[in-house]
Design a protein around this ligand. Sequence first.
Ligand code: PLP
Length: 284
Amino acid sequence: SIFYINGNLVPAEQAVVPALDRGFLFGDGVYEVIAVIDGLLLEFERHAARLARSLAEVGIRNPLPRDALLERCRELVRRNGLREGSVYVQVTRGADNKRDFAFPADVEPTVMMYTSEKSLRVNPLAESGVRVASVPDMRWQRRDIKSVSLIAQVLAKQAAQASGAFEAMMVDADGVVTEGASSSVLLVDGQGRIVVRPLSREILPGCTRAAVLALAGRRGVAVEERKFTLDECRQASELVLTSALHFVLPVIELDGRPVGTGRPGQVCRELRQLYMEYALATAL
Ligand code: PLP
């Protein structure tokens, strides 16, 4: 497949960056993952806005403002003949000739993009539901930035998958849930209300989560923004994961114990349906 590197479309074998790129040395960069269906980009505006915000927060010049990002994504999707899957976009602070922690004076950001094929509309996990395992959230204090420094999430996901779970549900020192290793977590309580952790520096503002909450609100479903504990998750009627590539997934098991009925819940099913319709209708 074709990659995009710093203004050039190149075959995968030639998609290389210098060894002293700061993304490689320090994890000094940010990224986005955008779903593609029928060759169109889902939730593009939210991803473009979040990329711009992440870059601003870490002081990297934005080499891909909205229109440029859209054009580049579309070009790559077209060149790779991608119908369904994703576009990955990464921007690092760039490559320097020294390993200085502080920003080098005139470094140019490194832009890297590629596409992957993946079946998104049809996802067996949406039917079966997924298992999650709780793990301590060991990340830094700016989790709102979509940073490529992902070692804590790598270790969390590995621990979860080693125990047979699909996703790690990260929990802070007080037993309060933050989010999944690569997903947002929604709880559905006994009254059918959706409970989500308020946005702050402690979690990533999920694009899918934002869309799902807006859709739920319009449907008259009560949405309560407050912190919730691992203990509350064990008593929840439903637990739901949201992410750009999995959309909306039902959780059927938490740490080896069934969640709710132990089968995918009705609220989750409706939210997935609503989200898919909306995402396809607004795709670019
Ligand atoms: N939380 C974290 C830590 C993530 O890495 C992700 C996505 O990968 C999400 C939440 C879900 O965000 P989005 O819906 O924008 O994909």
